[in-house]
Ligand binder design. Structure first.
Ligand SMILES: Cc1cc2nc3c(=O)[nH]c(=O)nc-3n(C[C@H](O)[C@H](O)[C@H](O)COP(=O)(O)OP(=O)(O)OC[C@H]3O[C@@H](n4cnc5c(N)ncnc54)[C@H](O)[C@@H]3O)c2cc1C
Length: 488
């Protein structure tokens, strides 16, 4: 029997994702769903979609709600489809090295189950303890393992999807890679942000656990010393499965909050995988590359600790205030310019923002500055949008872009994809979702509760202006005050 929630308090919990919106936003968006449903299997999802079509209500697919761009938040009410009850592993095919799972399982639960059988996932988000398969694939995510094995789109073999018409399709081939035979339909849904259909089953590649798994870490005086090291690494034969980095302020904040964190400047941590002999060779080469860029090797304990912490970047949230993250993808060649630009934005908006990030492939870094604030307050929340807008613009000016569009960046579709590309994406949306019921008001437009969308120029102007408030107000010292209290 499918679970449903009509209770107001429970529905309220579904009216935000990682970044809560202040209640004043209700004037623009109807974020409160009319109903929340938790299907247990595909046929129930089909029934929900058919019902939504019949009563002409929007449907919003939702995983764990850990994304911060509003993808799983309604803009005009409707039915939120919470997929977390569809959390089973359907099959582990050890012969063909694939796993088939329902989309509501968390990455950590799946990784733990595979680990027990001697396998591991090629890539997963650092939010693995709570993020679901469907949510991360829906955002076209990147994450731990991406440098060696690729991001969400690269590890998916097949998706079962319930289309807005109620039809169930498969997008790929379970046993062989998608190549030719028409456009790659897996990729049509990877990064579609829940606007084209509901993913109800995922088939992915898995790998046998390597003989050796070794985290190694290097400290640097400044973030800007990373770029030469990363460029050298990209041109070498060393291919870590994962590369992540943090600046000094991130560690200072963690220590001030009473958490264990290394007393270092900035740090790059790499995870090497392979045979013991190949990892020995890679570590030696990596030592040389990092030393040539001014890096000093950290102790094994520090590297191991950083690896253990890879899924818990936002431990500061435990103190009860919000960490607003901005996430951008940038070319490594522009790393220094973007770090400099981010520091300028942070100063201009009177913030204090640690920077953390990962290296996605040999030319792409994911930079994630964050700052502490009370995100439930109107000014704090709106200025977060101003911060995100400025950061997104900075990424774009340097050949990159924000990690996704969601509600707030939807007006920039044409900017990021070009006019022709944006037109094609809109046409695809119209064909796949002719009744405009599947997660409307995101990705291709910023929708409102009134059924009209906010023009791109107005949305961009508004988001920029929201940050400008912050410039004239006194500095928000909330996070700092709390941290120093903890420190005493
Ligand atoms: C601490 C932290 C670390 C993070 N690290 C990473 C990282 O390393 N890499 C990264 O890419 N992101 C990261 N994120 C962002 C976020 O966690 C990921 O995007 C995450 O995978 C989203 O999963 P979710 O289950 O929370 O999805 P939700 O937030 O619930 O949904 C995200 C989007 O997917 C859609 N969706 C959800 N389920 C389905 C489905 N079954 N079918 C179709 N569409 C669906 C929703 O409509 C929405 O548009 C991080 C966030 C936090 C808080």
């Amino acid at each position: 029997m499918m679970e449903t929630a009509n209770d107001k308090l429970e529905r309220r919990l579904y009216s935000h994702d990682l970044a809560p919106l202040p209640k004043e936003m209700d004037l623009i968006f109807k974020t409160m769903p009319d109903q929340v449903v938790r299907p247990g299997y595909t046929e129930e999802v089909v029934q929900i979609v058919k019902k939504a079509r019949a009563i002409n209500k929007p449907i919003v697919p939702r995983g764990a709600g850990t994304w911060g761009l509003g993808g799983s938040v309604p803009v005009k009410g409707g039915i939120v489809v919470d997929m977390t009850a569809m959390n089973k592993i359907v099959a582990l095919d050890e012969t063909n090295m694939i796993v088939v799972a329902q989309p509501g399982i968390t990455w950590k639960a799946l990784a733990d189950a595979l680990d027990a059988k001697g396998y591991f996932l090629p890539c997963y988000p650092s939010s693995a303890p709570s993020a679901t398969l469907g949510g991360w694939i829906g955002t076209g995510g990147t994450g731990i393992g991406a440098y060696k094995y690729g991001s969400a789109g690269d590890i998916v073999r097949d998706l079962e999807v319930v289309l807005p018409t109620g039809e169930v399709i498969h997008t790929g081939d379970k046993l062989v890679t998608q190549n030719g035979g028409g456009p790659n339909l897996n990729y049509l849904f990877v990064g579609s942000e829940g606007t084209l259909g509901i993913i109800t089953e995922v088939t992915m590649n898995i790998l046998p656990k390597p003989e050796e798994f070794r985290p190694v870490a290097y400290t640097f005086d400044d973030l800007k010393m990373f770029a030469p090291a990363l460029k050298r690494l990209a041109r070498s034969s060393v291919v870590p499965m994962h590369i992540m980095f943090s600046d000094k302020l991130h560690f200072d904040y963690l220590r001030a909050a009473g958490k264990h964190a290394p007393e270092v400047g900035c740090m790059i941590t790499c995870a090497l995988t392979g045979s013991k002999a190949s990892v020995d060779v890679e570590e030696k080469l990596l030592d040389e590359i990092m030393a040539s860029a001014g890096g000093k090797k950290a102790s094994k304990e520090t590297a191991d600790h950083e690896w253990q912490e890879r899924n818990y970047e936002f431990r500061l949230r435990e103190l009860g205030f919000g960490a607003i993250p901005g996430e951008i993808l940038i070319p490594i060649d522009r790393f220094d310019a973007v770090v400099e630009g981010t520091r300028k934005i942070v100063k201009e908006l009177k913030l204090k923002a640690p920077m953390i990030g990962t290296v996605v492939d040999n030319n792409t870094a994911m930079l994630m500055p964050y700052y502490l604030t009370d995100e439930h307050k109107l000014v704090a929340s709106t200025s977060a949008m101003g911060f995100a807008k400025r950061l997104g613009d900075l990424a774009f000016e340097n050949g990159g872009r924000p990690v996704g569009l969601g509600i707030f960046f939807a007006g920039n579709l044409a900017k990021y994809r070009g006019k022709g590309g944006a037109k094609l994406i809109r046409q695809i949306k119209e064909v796949v979702d002719p009744y405009e019921i599947m997660n409307p008001g995101k990705l291709v437009e910023t929708g409102t509760r009134y059924g009209i969308s906010i023009p791109a120029f107005l949305m961009n102007f508004g988001m920029h202006a929201m940050g400008s408030f912050k410039r004239i107000l006194p500095r928000d010292k909330m996070g700092e005050k709390e941290l120093s209290k903890q420190h005493e």
